[in-house]
Each structure stands twice: as structure tokens, then as C-alpha cells.
Write a protein that binds this ligand. Structure first.
Ligand SMILES: Nc1ncnc2[nH]cnc12
Ligand SMILES: [Zn+2]
Length: 322
């Protein structure tokens, strides 16, 4: 039997298979030649990755496109043994495509429900504010998140270019999300160093941190993460693809675990980085030296830190324990 897996960090548009992007570009008459060649996404650094990601997200134009993407991605994830997934959603994407934010959310919800009916995979959505779009956009995303009334939306996150602005500029968006009952996570310590993680902890008080790996450059901060039990959503394949680290030998996951930090394994934007959730588990075992017992503990950590109600969490733990 495939080992049970769980994922807390995947951007839904970032999971678009290149063949699907090509098909939708043809259907809607969109020129993707700058971003998609020979069945692969084209980018060369973090900025061009963000631009390529936006171009690919822009080929989705109809509710059924988003619904199919979610259902197909979750179906593949379940086939690889995943019992739980958290998808990062960006309804602004729908607006750009001429769909209302509600239509976008309805479509992803429909994809999630269809995948659950077929495979049993449990899924929640986490609303994304894009940092490089500025505090107003991020606050707008938070306000929509707390008022839209989609029960599978349980968290709020800020992604995008970590080099833009200060975390403090975005604190109000997180206050809105927290006051509205959403759980919080934030991209930090991926492109920028430990200061970014420290700011995230101080300004946002998140339940988890997206990436956070560069905290390893500051031993005192690593101790703080361990002491406070902050869960990191670690994405080793993404980190190496984006040259945060030159190779897996340089990746700090082992050092973080040895220091007592709680970690999980995630795929981030799988086809952009030549990865999948199953591949991340493989990387952890064959490249980073973790035993199957240790990766199983990472799955337990993901379920413990999932943005779900306690009854669902208990059900997921029961499935893990077989
Ligand atoms: N790895 C990443 N970092 C920041 N923003 C993102 N948006 C999609 N993938 C991202
Ligand atoms: Zn991410």
C-alpha cells in the first residue's frame, strides 16, 4: 500500500500540468510561447517564475476550467496516497478571467467535492493575498475571505514576492482574517533570510509558516520556532528549483528537524519545479536521509497542523493509523 501522505502547501494554479495550460491557451487564443516551450514552463529566477506563474494562471477562463484543475490534481494526489490537501486559492485570478470571485470559489469547491466523492481525499482552501500587489489587495483578499461564506475555506496566507514592503504593512490583512476566524500562514524565509521569519512571527502570529527554511541561518530563531511549536511548510524541490539552495545536500531540513522544529513536506507548484508530493517524500528519504518513520511523523505533523475542525482531524488521524 502507498504510504499515507498529507500536504499543506500547494498553489492550485501552480499545479497546472503544462499540457492543460497548452490546451486552454489554444482554446482561448492566448499566446503562451514566452512561458511554455517543449512541454515545460520557462523561467530562470524568482521574478521570472512569478511572471510565468501569473501567465499560466491567466489561461483559466471558465468555471469548469478551475473545477477540472482541482478535481484532476486532487485525484492524482489521492492516487499517490494523499489523504489530505490544502489548496491555496486566488479568486483575483477569476476576476482577471471575467469570473466573479464567488464563481471561482464555487468552481474550486465543486472540484474538491468531486475528488472527495471519488477518492475520499479531504481538502480545504486557504485564501492567498499576493504581497507584490500591495497591502490594499492583500486586505481586500482578507475581507473577501472572511465574508464569502465558503465552508471549505479555512485559512489565509500571503504569497508572492517576499522582497516587497515590510510584513508590518500587511499586518492589518492578517488581523482581519484572524478576527474572522481563519487560521493563518505566511510565506517567509524562502527568498529572504531569518529577519523575514522573525517579522512574520512578530507581526502576524501565524499558526504556520510557508517555507521558513532560511530561519536556519539564525540559531536563536530556530530555537524560538522549536519552543513555540511553529509548523513549517517545507518544499525542498521548490527550494532547489528556485536556487534558494544549490542542491539537496545543502538543504537545511535535517538541521531543522534535529533542532526540534516541526516540519511538513509539500510540493508548492509541482510542475513548475518538476516535482509532486510523492516526489517530495522520495526526496526526503533518498536525498535528505530521512527514514520512512520520520517522513510518517511529518505526515502526522501535517494532520496536527491542518486547518480543519477537530472532528475531521480525528478522522484523518484514524485513517493514518489505518
Ligand atoms: N514559492 C512561491 N513563493 C512565493 N509565492 C509563490 N506563489 C506561487 N509559488 C510561490
Ligand atoms: Zn508557496
Amino acid at each position: 500500500m502507498t504510504t499515507p501522505k498529507a500536504e499543506l502547501h500547494c498553489h492550485i494554479e501552480g499545479a497546472t500540468p503544462p499540457a492543460l495550460a497548452a490546451r486552454l491557451a489554444t482554446k482561448y487564443g492566448i499566446d503562451l510561447s514566452a512561458w511554455l516551450r517543449d512541454g515545460r514552463y520557462v523561467w530562470h529566477d524568482f521574478s521570472s517564475f512569478i511572471a510565468c506563474y501569473a501567465a499560466i494562471a491567466n489561461v483559466f477562463r471558465a468555471e469548469e476550467d478551475f473545477a477540472d484543475l482541482a478535481e484532476t490534481y486532487l485525484g492524482e494526489l489521492a492516487a499517490d496516497g494523499a489523504i489530505y490537501s490544502e489548496l491555496f486559492v486566488s479568486p483575483e485570478q477569476g476576476l482577471a478571467a471575467g469570473l466573479s470571485r464567488d464563481a471561482y470559489m464555487r468552481a474550486i469547491t465543486a472540484g474538491i467535492e468531486a475528488a472527495k466523492a471519488k477518492t475520499g481525499i479531504e481538502c480545504r482552501m486557504v485564501m492567498i493575498g499576493e504581497r507584490h500587489m500591495g497591502p490594499e489587495q492583500v486586505e481586500g483578499a482578507a475581507r473577501y475571505a472572511v465574508s464569502c461564506g465558503f465552508p471549505l475555506l479555512t485559512g489565509f496566507n500571503m504569497a508572492g514576492d517576499e522582497r516587497m514592503g515590510r510584513v508590518a504593512d500587511y499586518a492589518r490583512a492578517f488581523d482581519i482574517a484572524r478576527d474572522g476566524g481563519l487560521k493563518l500562514t505566511i510565506h517567509a524565509g524562502e527568498v529572504c533570510g531569518p529577519g523575514s521569519v522573525r517579522d512574520a512571527l512578530d507581526e502576524v502570529r501565524p499558526d504556520r509558516i510557508g517555507h521558513g527554511v532560511r530561519a536556519v541561518e539564525d540559531p536563536e530563531l530556530v530555537r524560538r520556532l522549536a519552543d513555540e511549536g511553529v509548523v513549517l511548510e517545507v518544499c525542498p524541490g521548490s527550494n532547489v528549483a528556485l536556487s534558494v539552495y544549490p542542491d539537496f545536500r545543502a538543504h537545511p531540513l535535517r538541521r531543522l528537524v534535529d533542532a526540534g522544529v516541526r516540519v511538513t513536506l509539500n510540493s508548492d507548484d509541482p510542475p513548475f519545479f518538476g516535482t509532486s508530493l510523492a516526489r517530495e517524500y522520495e526526496i526526503a528519504e533518498s536525498e535528505l536521509g530521512f527514514s520512512p518513520e520520520e517522513t510518517a511523523r511529518m505526515t502526522e505533523t501535517a494532520i496536527a497542523a491542518a486547518f480543519v475542525d477537530e472532528e475531521t482531524r480525528a478522522r484523518l488521524f484514524a485513517r493514518l493509523r489505518g
